[in-house]
Each structure stands twice: as C-alpha cells, then as structure tokens.
Ligand binder design. Structure first.
Ligand code: 9PG
Length: 480
C-alpha cells in the first residue's frame, strides 16, 4: 500500500510504500498496525534518529554511512541501553526511529505501545513489536515529533520541581552531619525539595540506613521538612548486588535466564549488578513495601533509579515493567516520582519526572570513555546535553529532567560557557536542580543560583538546537 503525504502550502507530495495494516489518517500522519511494519522511504537518507532505550542511552541523529560501534567494556552494556541495540550491526532504535530527507524533512515511525524497536536504513524503517499500533508521520521535524508525542501517554504534574540533590557534589560520601550542614546552608534559598541521593543505604537491595545515618532516615526527613522543604530520597528498587542480604535471603527473586543464570544488569562500584524479577508477585509486594516504608519515613519525592533493571532483558520486558511501575505508582500516592535510568516510552503516564539523558559531571567529557570505549552514556555535560536535546519533544508528556546545573567554579573543570548551557537547559525544561552547596559558591555564583531558582526566564526556540533564554541566545548545534 502507498501512503500519501502532501503539503498544500508548498505543493509538495511524498508517496510512501508501506507493508502494514493501515488504520487511517490522524493529525500529522497515519496509524498503522502490525507486529512488523516496513516503510520504504523514498528519501535516500543519510541520517537516522536513533532513540536510546532508557534515560542514559544515546539519542541523536546518527550517520547511516557508519555502522554503530560496540560499546566497551561489554559488561557495562546492560546499564547503557537495550542490550539488543548495542549488539546489532545496524542502527536500531527503541520505540521510534526517523529518517531525514535532503530537505531536512523527516519520516518518523513510532510505536504507540511498549516493547518495540525500529531499524533504520537509507531507504527503510522497519518496526518490530509484540503487537500493536504505530504512527507514521512526515514533515518538519518539530511538527512530526509533536504529532507523535500527542499520541503517547501524558502525565503532567504541577510545576516542575526546584531541588537540591546530594549526588553531584558529594557522590556516595554522604553522612548525617554533612547533610544537616548543607540543609542549614540551603535554608532560605527557594528550593522545594532537598533530595538525598545514593549513599544512605546499607547495600543495593538493603534499603535501611547505614552506620553514617545513625539517627535514621525519618529523623532527616523531619529536619528537612522543618526547613520548609519536601524530603526526597534516592532508591534503586529493582537493582541488587550479590553481597546484599536481600540476595542471600531471596536468591529466587533474581531475574534469570532459561538456564537459571542471573541476567546481567551491568557492572559498577566494582561489582556485578543483578535485577529483581519484576514479574514475580513477591518481588512486587516487597518493592511496594519499600515504597510504603520510605513514605512513612516522611519522603514524598522519590528518585527511582536504575529502573531499566525492571525491564530486562530489553524491549521484551517492557510490559512487565509497566505493571511493576503501576504498582509502585499506586503505592506512592501523591508522592512525586522521578524515574531515572528508566525505559523512556514505557515510563510515560507513570512518572511525574523523567531523566532524559546521562549524568552530568563537573567536566565536559571523559574522552577516554567516549572515544576509546565508544560509550556515549558516561557522565559529562556533553553526553547529557546531546541526549537531552533530542528528547525535548517529550516535554508535552512528562516533566523532563536534564539533570543538575552547576554554578560552582570550585571542584569543577567547567567553563562559564559550559555551565550556562546546562543552566539554560534548566530554564528550557523548567526542571531546576543543583548539587552545589551554597558554601562552595562565590558571591556572584550564589547570586546566579538565586536568580535561577527564583524566576523563570522566557524561553523562545529559534531552531532545533537554538534558544533564546532571557536575553541570551544559546546554540547547542556544535556539540552534536
Ligand atoms: C547514584 C547515581 C545518581 C545519578 C543517576 C545514577 O554504572 N552506571 O552505569 C551508572 C550510571 C548512572 C549512574 C550511576 C551509575 O547515575 O543517574 O543521578 O543518582 O545513579 O548512584
């Protein structure tokens, strides 16, 4: 069958042969159905929009003239992307894919449900799916992505948060006295949330305070609320390390392959990572109990991290992921849920906030990792900005988190210009976070942080990678 896209204003017409069941036109394109759909693009495309699986996974226009490079080391693949995408010899994306024509118009094939992948070749988009519906759109990129987004689940919570998060200053070296000190420093700044990140728990899997939090987590939540903030806490509910008490108590809760071997969930902190089986009802009861516990401690902003673990081995696990996250959503009630390391499309409608890029860091790029290890998911402003920029079209569906902005020159390799690019991303998304303790800032830096938190600048898009933010024009095209 041939689908016709016409643009009456410019008198252009494109006929696209497709192999799929067509369900009819929708604004901006057509609905298709099929476990496999093939779209024969008459565009001779050089570039493919490669959409990564989860928050940290590469999302960018890639050059079809070069095959994807294998990310190294192999043990880190499960935490970088849908492992299938990283092992394929051709360019596949998660959930959607688009080809760019010579005139800059794009042809986009995107799934409306979960659990799909899209292959891109110069003249083909091939979508694979357990079952379900697809959107096929053609036209100006901003319009096509917007038309697709309108068909995806939405959950827009009240005002994106302004928060202080402990990670990008102290990493996991946090302790009670230190956080109480920072709490004194930030009191009076217009933050809404004070979020404790990784470092408070005994082990991944053992979600009780470690010896550095002697008075417990409820005590800290109370101190945080006394200062007028909401208390936020980091959890990785489906991730475990083999040395946790949980794994020793419940080895049967680990996600395993047909031969009974644990399905690898990655490697970090010098340890292999495993996933809890999100298809196991006992695991879901346990995770729901964890959410209930931290809510009872007084935390109503939860950063739920490494959520891809609940969807492994990849796209195939997304239906299971959605059920697990629905359960968490129910248990969490009114709490704000920030999903991180999370399968993107499968999180829509469930998350209040969604991290849409890799971690930032107080440096631009770690070239050893991005170049020699061919890993575009490592921490650094360059990787974070690149993927975030290519997911801004999701702003109509969920509050997108571009990760924290830096204001400090202390303990940082970032230039002022680089910091500005990240700060402006906070304005563009409305999600305003930092990890800088005010005591690390010079008076001018503190002034900038104050201004960032206390008023929103006017944002005007000037092109896909150019924005006017207040008085400033920011151009991100150089980093692509
Ligand atoms: C805490 C951090 C912060 C951060 C999250 C997440 O091994 N890894 O591949 C890996 C990736 C990301 C990562 C940590 C490890 O960062 O994005 O904001 O909460 O966890 O550990």
């Amino acid at each position: 069958m041939r689908l016709e896209f016409s643009d009456p204003l410019r008198e252009s017409r494109l006929e696209v042969p497709v192999l799929a069941e067509a369900l009819g036109p929708v604004p901006g394109g057509y609905l298709l159905r099929g476990r496999e759909v093939q779209v024969f693009a008459p565009l001779a495309s050089k570039r493919f929009f490669r959409h990564g699986w989860q928050s940290w996974s590469l999302t960018a226009w890639v050059d079809l003239g070069y095959p994807p490079k294998p990310l190294l080391p192999e043990v880190r693949r499960p935490q970088a992307d849908d492992p299938f995408l990283l092992e394929a010899s051709e360019w596949w994306g998660s959930g959607l894919g688009a080809l760019e024509g010579p005139d800059g118009k794009v042809l986009l094939l995107g799934a409306l449900g979960v659990g799909s992948r899209v292959l891109g070749r110069e003249d083909l988009l091939l979508g694979r799916y357990a079952e379900g519906e697809w959107f096929l759109g053609y036209g100006e990129p901003a319009e096509v992505f917007a038309a697709y987004g309108r068909l995806l689940p939405r959950r827009l919570s009240k005002g994106p948060p302004r928060l202080w998060c402990s990670w990008y200053s102290f990493y996991n070296r946090i302790h009670e006295a230190l956080l109480l000190e920072v709490l004194e420093e930030v009191a009076g700044l217009p933050f809404e949330v004070f979020q404790i990140d990784d470092g408070w728990q005994r082990a991944l899997g053992d979600w009780e305070p470690n010896e550095r939090f002697a008075r417990g987590m409820a005590f800290l939540a109370e101190r945080i609320r006394e200062k007028g903030f909401r208390a936020g806490l980091w959890l990785a509910p489906f991730l475990v390390t083999p040395d946790s008490l949980l794994v020793r108590a419940h080895p049967e809760w680990i996600l395993r392959d047909g031969d009974g071997r644990p399905i690898p969930a990655g490697f970090n902190w010098g340890k292999p990572l495993y996933a809890l089986d999100s298809g196991n009802e006992e695991v879901l009861d346990h995770v729901a109990g964890l959410v209930r516990k931290v809510r009872a401690w007084g935390y109503d902003y939860l950063k739920l991290d490494f959520l891809y673990a609940a969807a492994l081995p990849g796209a195939e696990g997304e239906v299971r992921y959605c059920k697990a996250m629905e359960r968490i959503r129910e248990e969490a009630g009114e709490a704000y849920l920030l999903f991180c390391g999370a399968p993107i499309l499968a999180s829509l409608g469930l998350a209040d906030g969604l991290r849409v890029g890799p971690d930032v860091a107080p440096y631009w790029d770690n070239e050893d990792r991005s170049f020699w290890l061919q890993d575009p998911t490592g921490p650094g402003l360059r990787n974070a900005l690149r993927t975030t920029l290519h997911r801004l079209w999701l702003r109509e569906n969920v509050q997108v988190d571009p990760d924290v902005a830096f204001f400090r020159s202390r303990f940082s390799l970032l230039s002022l210009e680089e910091m500005r690019l990240q700060e402006a991303m906070g304005e563009i998304t409305g999600f305003k976070a930092t990890s800088d303790p005010p005591s690390w800032l010079s008076p001018e830096e503190r002034e900038r942080l104050w201004a960032f938190l206390s008023r929103d600048k006017e944002v005007k898009p000037l092109g896909p990678y150019r924005f006017r933010v207040g008085e400033e024009v920011l151009d991100y095209a150089f980093l692509l």
